[in-house]
Design a protein around this ligand. Structure first.
Ligand code: GLU
Length: 483
């Protein structure tokens, strides 16, 4: 049987980084097995439904390069791929369970449920203890109350005292005791199915062979196993991925991510300038270990190496520095032309006056130094004369003899016919040596004069990138202004 996996997000907001990792592991496994990757939108919770969310999910997957084979907008043989469009199918299945005695109608009132919660009582314990005021009703009464249009739900009948086990592809054998599970609501009073029912019905009808999802869904497994059994279906294989943890431990929640400066939604990563391949590479290793020292992978390499035996059972700590390292590596691996193109929007936004030559020179010199392409726009000195000089830098580096040294250097540079890095360096050393001072005495002030700041790429390469005329102009200006 060919592998079919699915990513089944609920459209309740922006796709989070954890959701993208789940999608990625599904995608990798499908690619590796020559299988099919399905996107299913689990939109039955109308109260939490967010209309923009589906676009965001689809766009985010597309941006990350995780194309799905079947799903919204592309269709497929098992559609529709929106649960809200499959209500009839769920109702048929609920009817089947009712007919076979696996489920029952219950007229739970919100007040009764609140009272149970307030008493810290489980639904089953309460209903079984007090069968006289039970929420489970016999059929004559049910028919009367249904006819009277009383709101009702349908619940799965769960017999206590059974040990259910299944083998998780990551966690191995996992056991549950049915005494700890309440009779699960399958159909809500609004006629919509719950997650459990719709998820199982769809996984079966979409012929899903492997369910790969976050660990937070592990407690749902026994309910699903009981549903599969009630329907007489074979459950798919399952793999529950480890939680993503904050760097200090503890679940990486939206709130603590925000306080730690860790972007939450995929859209935020995209807006921050992360490279999709770098993010994918990083996420692949967030919970999975290839068993070798290798860190950087192509997508094909990931798909080939991926395996559930390499996925850890314990949580994976999110390390933003590591992600930034991957991003820096992606920047180094780009062509200078691509890097320049990716820096362009930031330059435009910052209203920097640049031309293609200066942009490509900047990209070439900054490629080894930046984490994001847009950082090139911060090095405005490639494109414009500095309008101010870093105050601390001036205090530290613009000594009493700086003006005289820079002026002399500018004068000398004006005479050279070939303005290359070796010449610029030779002329600088000639000046400092003649005066018996260290080269730094002139290097630092020259950098300040040219860039306005005290850091950046190699000074002589920078000077060549900026060009002879601009260098001389900037040096003379600094001598005038800084004295
Ligand atoms: N709709 C669920 C979610 O939002 C799907 C969980 C599952 O994969 O079964 O994650």
């Amino acid at each position: 049987m060919s592998v079919r996996v699915r990513f089944a997000p609920s459209p309740t907001g922006k796709l989070h980084i954890g959701g993208l990792r789940t999608a990625l592991y599904n995608w990798l496994f499908a690619r590796q097995q020559g299988g099919t990757f399905v996107l299913r939108i689990e939109d039955t919770d109308r109260a939490r439904y967010d209309a923009d969310s589906e676009d965001d999910i689809v766009d985010s997957l597309h941006w990350a390069g995780l194309a799905y084979d079947e799903g919204p907008r592309v269709g497929g043989p098992c559609g529709p791929y929106y649960q809200s469009q499959r209500a009839e199918l769920y109702r048929e299945h609920v009817k089947r369970l009712l007919d076979q005695g696996h489920a029952y109608v219950a007229f739970d009132t919100p007040e009764a449920l609140d009272a149970l919660r307030a008493d810290n009582k489980s639904y089953n314990a309460a209903t079984r203890e007090h069968m006289d005021n039970a929420l489970v009703l016999d059929s004559a009464d049910v028919i009367r109350r249904l006819n009277a249009n009383e709101p009702y739900v349908v619940r799965l009948k769960i017999e206590p005292g059974e040990r259910l086990t299944f083998t998780d592809l990551i966690r191995g054998s996992v056991a549950f005791d049915t005494s700890e599970i309440d009779d699960q609501v399958l159909l809500k009073s609004d006629g919509m199915p719950t997650y459990h029912l719709a998820n199982v019905v769809d996984d079966h009808h979409m012929q899903i062979t492997h369910v790969i999802r976050g660990e937070e869904w592990l407690p749902s497994v026994p309910k699903h196993l009981l549903l599969y059994r009630a329907f007489g279906w074979t459950p798919p294989q399952m793999a529950h991925l480890p939680l993503i943890l904050a760097p200090s431990g503890g679940k990486l929640s939206k709130r603590n991510a925000e306080t730690l400066g860790i972007p939450v939604s995929v859209e935020q990563y995209r807006a921050a300038g992360y490279d999709a391949d770098a993010l994918v590479n990083f996420l692949a290793l967030l919970g999975w270990n290839p068993g070798t020292e290798q860190e950087r992978f192509t997508r094909d390499g990931l798909a080939e190496a991926f395996g559930f035996d390499g996925v850890s059972k314990s949580g994976a700590k999110f390390d933003l520095d590591k992600l930034n390292w991957f991003n820096g590596q992606a920047v180094r691996a780009m062509s200078v032309g691509d890097l320049a193109d990716q820096a362009r929007p930031a330059l435009e936004e910052a209203a920097v006056a640049f031309d293609d030559d200066s942009l490509s020179a900047a990209a070439r010199l900054m490629q080894e130094r930046v984490t994001f392409p847009h950082e090139i726009a911060e090095a405005r000195y490639f494109f414009e004369d500095p309008t101010r000089y870093d105050e601390k830098g001036v205090k530290k580096r613009w000594k009493a003899d700086a003006a005289e040294l820079v002026a002399a250097y500018a004068e000398q540079l004006a005479t050279v016919t070939s303005f290359d890095a070796a010449t610029a360096e030779r002329e600088l050393r000639a000046i400092t040596e003649a005066r018996g001072v260290g080269a730094g005495r002139l290097i630092h002030p020259t950098r300040l004069a040219i860039s306005g700041v005290t850091f950046g790429p190699s000074l002589f390469d920078l000077m060549v990138a900026i060009g002879q005329d601009a260098c001389l102009r900037r040096m003379k200006h600094a001598v005038q202004v800084l004295g």
